[in-house]
Design a protein around this ligand. Structure first.
Ligand code: NAP
Length: 247
């Protein structure tokens, strides 16, 4: 099967490509460095010619509200137009748990726009919404740091290993389109503050995390459900402690 991974040079793109190649699929890893720019549309039609499946794991270079909205709107529009023209049988995109619920985050609003374009795009699809990757915890900790202290929301949090995200995308790529969204979260839920403290302690980082209900998540106010799934989800296999020990 020919599977095109847009954003194939990124964290999830590389891992997904490795799994699908090991299963014998014909993988095209596309990104600006291979001449494929989903925002301008340059190289997209050529990359998608003959593709059975497209996996969109691109990310915006800027997380500023307007820039990220512009990125996902243009990129998704170009990818869907090319996918339809190429007769792609399954269009898969990676979104974020809470994109349909958390309206206070400009990034998540942009991800919801991406989802809506796919839902209306006329190509059979599956959206995988994942929670935050373990690999992203460092960035989250940095966002709340003031000196030796990290202010973090006590809202519910259930991050997942990037390896489990890639494995789930690979499973989806070899299954029938769901024409809907499925959610993936880690096997353990706690609070954002507790997870970040565990992460820092596992690295020998002496910063102290203060649970603070007023602390925002990259500017967004979280409710008690926070960034965790509120309905059925696929549980990731990797426990945080095992990931931290091996990374
Ligand atoms: N971080 C999290 O915790 C989290 C949680 C849930 C879902 N997600 C979603 O996961 C997705 C992938 O995340 P990631 O961490 O794997 O991203 P990443 O490592 O930053 O990789 C992003 C990829 O997008 C490519 N890209 C950027 N601009 C492009 C363009 N104009 N045209 C084509 N490709 C372009 C990059 O190519 P270059 O290498 O050439 O720049 C790179 O391959 C995102 O959509 C994000 O919303 C993230």
């Amino acid at each position: 099967m020919k599977i095109v991974i847009i954003g194939g040079s990124g964290l999830i793109g590389r891992k997904t490509s490795t799994i699908l190649k090991s299963e014998g699929h014909d993988i095209v890893s596309a990104s600006p460095s291979t001449g494929v720019d989903s925002v301008s549309g340059s190289g997209v039609a050529e990359a998608l010619t003959g593709a059975n499946v497209v996996i969109d794991v691109t990310n915006s270079p800027s997380f500023e509200d307007r820039a990220v909205l512009d990125f996902f709107r243009r990129s998704t529009g170009n990818l869907l137009t090319a996918a339809k023209a190429a007769g792609v049988a399954h269009y898969i995109a990676l979104s974020v748990v809470g994109a349909d619920r958390i309206r206070d985050s400009g990034y998540l609003r942009a991800k919801r726009v991406q989802e809506e374009l796919i839902e209306a795009g006329g190509v059979p699809f599956t959206i995988l919404r994942a929670t935050q990757f373990f690999e992203f915890l460092d960035g989250i900790a940095g966002s709340g740091t003031e000196g030796d202290v990290v202010y973090m929301s006590p809202s519910k949090f259930q991050p997942v290993a990037a390896d489990d995200v890639a494995a789930t995308l690979a499973d989806i790529a070899t299954s029938a389109p769901k024409n809907g969204a499925v959610e993936l979260a880690g096997p353990e839920a706690s609070s954002l503050a507790k997870f970040i403290q565990s992460y820092l302690s596992s690295k020998g980082d002496t910063r102290k995390v203060i649970p603070d209900p007023d602390a925002t998540y990259f500017g967004a106010v979280l409710d008690k459900d926070g960034l965790a799934p509120v309905a059925q989800f696929i549980p990731g296999r990797t426990r945080f402690e095992d990931w931290a020990r091996s990374s």
